[in-house]
Design a protein around this ligand. Structure first.
Ligand code: ZN
Length: 561
């Protein structure tokens, strides 16, 4: 049967060709061209699978992101098995695994085994973020958080500093990044001390933003009123309220979902697309506090924010959505030592009942105890906040533990009460090092067990650009380019250092943390911010500044694939 034989042969060749093509497509990332027009990254700080299960029982329905669990993320950082948010978010933002406290700068040379020693020119140097890449592709960009927007996770997408505590520097860079939409807390870092803010450099960044045509809003009503354009909405001087306390204490503050929906509404008007990072910032703090009420309300607020992103992405069809956490916190468990004996008979309502009655965060409860630290007061506040009739000695234990915890006194409440009155457990007030679930939807979505830096690569590849090329374009080592003897860091005003470059013509001046170059009397806005790395005493500037200083008309190199 020669005909049959040749047909089967043709079929075999055809099928094996398809198989090879499929394997190739799987093995090498698709070459050129963006896959997604928009990317939305949603991060729930300090959370993992067990908390999701808890929130799902409490909600009585699947979480918005449940159907999209595609894998997990390994969370370790360059110098520790257990991550903190600064290096964890830096990995998500830049694709570079870095050291504790670092915000989107390369690691120091002490790494844990398994993490290769960073090459010398990567150490401490700024590394570009996916937000910066999106902006260079002319996409709109946005940041949403419930902490101060200068806190570690949002900071890692907007700024480059060696320590997360440098929140004034972070805000200065965030403003000069030209981000289109910024919603969250942290107003105090926009305003100088003289005007009751926190800034020590005298800068009034409110005025800077206004001068650039930004809309500045401060409450929920004003949020509802904006519908387009560039907007900074900082809804609290410091952090926003825990979701469980917000309706009573600050109903004028928007929810995470309201901020997310508004950000998408504004950013999606850009025909070039957008990048948005949303953080459910306070789940981490709830878990640090071992506080199930705070955890449930903030995690379900995040659930609704992810729902808003997914709603948009499903209609749009060209949006990649990633939802995950940066690390776990609290060592949370469904079940604890005290309830261990009854675990095979744990009924849903018996399990959920204590949490259904909780009406306040432990932060709020401690605020009501702080100025009257008596057992009677503790008992009354716990009765009101968590509907528990606790014993005198339990109230005393809360007070003595709180005294030993100083700045985190409220952590005592959950630690003392959860084992006795609930069926959940906690192993720590700190972070923990396990993998965290990854959820993804849309074009370019990843799957499997990823390393944290892979998240940035997934985002960059979806938008069609190269992060290493972006870093080369945005952060040129000034001394290496012009010669160390031509560079001075002018610290006459210590809060406002300026990089000076004497390269033949008139001296070029570049204020650190800003996107400005001054040559003679002429001021040039730059496509990126100027960064100073104190550990190496080096300054980094956009290649665009180098060209301007040298009078070069050469085109800037492309970052697209
Ligand atoms: Zn934390």
């Amino acid at each position: 049967m020669p005909f049959r034989k040749s047909l089967s042969k043709i079929l075999f060749v055809l099928l094996s060709t398809i198989a090879v093509a499929v394997i190739m497509a799987g093995a090498c990332p698709a070459a050129a061209g963006p896959k997604a027009k928009n990317v939305i990254v949603l991060i729930v700080d300090g959370c993992s699978a067990e908390q999701y299960t808890f929130a799902r029982w409490f909600k009585g329905a699947p979480l918005s992101f449940d159907p999209y669990r595609v894998g997990a993320i390994r969370t370790y950082i360059a110098d520790s098995v257990i991550a903190d948010s600064a290096p964890a978010a830096s990995a998500f933002a830049t694709g570079v695994r870095t050291s504790d406290k670092f915000i989107s700068v390369g690691p120091h040379p002490e790494t844990i085994s398994g993490v290769p020693l960073p090459p010398e020119d990567l150490r401490y140097r700024p590394v570009a973020t996916v937000l910066e890449g999106a902006r260079l592709l002319k996409k709109s960009t946005g940041i949403v958080a419930t902490s101060r927007v200068t806190h570690a996770t949002p900071a890692a997408f907007m700024a480059h500093v060696p320590s997360r505590v440098q929140e004034d520097d972070i805000m200065e860079q965030a403003v000069h990044q030209g981000i289109d939409v910024v919603f969250g807390g942290g107003r105090r870092h926009l305003i100088p001390k003289e005007l009751k803010g926190r800034r020590v450099d005298g800068d009034n960044l409110y005025e800077t933003l206004k001068g650039w045509g930004y809309q500045i809003i401060e409450n929920r009503r004003e949020l509802q009123g904006v519908s387009s354009g560039r907007v900074f909405g900082l809804f609290a001087p410091s952090h926003m309220e825990p979701e469980i306390d917000r309706p009573r204490l600050h109903p004028d503050q928007p929810t995470l979902a309201e901020m997310t929906r508004k950000a998408i509404e504004i950013l999606s008007q850009d025909p070039d697309g957008f990048f948005l990072m949303v953080e459910g910032s306070q789940v981490d703090w709830a878990c640090h506090a071992n506080d199930p009420a705070y955890l449930l309300s903030d995690l379900l607020a995040y659930d609704q924010a992810v729902a808003a992103a997914l709603d948009f992405a499903k209609k749009d069809g060209r949006t990649l959505v990633l939802a995950m956490s940066d690390h776990n916190t609290g060592g949370f468990s469904i079940g604890n030592q005290a309830s261990n004996g009854i675990y095979p008979q744990m009924k849903v309502e018996a399990f959920l009942d204590p949490f259904r009655k909780m009406q306040a965060s432990s932060v709020r409860m401690w605020a009501l105890i702080e100025n009257d630290q008596t057992a009677a007061r503790v008992k009354a506040v716990v009765k009101e906040g968590w509907a528990l009739d606790i014993a005198e000695d339990e109230a005393q234990r809360i007070l003595s533990l709180a005294a030993s915890y100083k700045d985190s006194a409220h952590h005592a409440i959950g630690e003392v009460l959860c084992p006795k009155y609930t069926y959940v457990g906690w192993t720590t007030h700190g972070h923990s090092g396990g993998d965290v679930p990854l959820h993804a939807f849309g074009p370019g979505k990843p799957s499997g067990v990823l390393a944290a830096p892979d998240i940035a690569r997934v985002c960059a590849e979806a938008m069609g650009f190269s992060l290493p090329r972006l870093t080369q374009r945005l952060f040129v080592d000034a001394a290496r380019t012009f010669g160390g003897d031509r560079i001075t860091i002018d610290r006459r005003d210590p809060a406002n250092p300026v990089v000076r470059i004497a390269a033949g013509g008139p001296t070029a001046e570049l204020p650190v943390n800003k996107n400005l170059l001054k040559i003679g009397e002429k001021l040039h806005p730059l496509e990126g911010v100027v960064v100073y790395a104190p550990n190496t005493d080096r300054a980094y500037l956009p290649l665009q500044a180098v060209h301007l200083i040298r009078g070069s008309r050469a085109a800037l190199p492309k970052i697209t694939n």
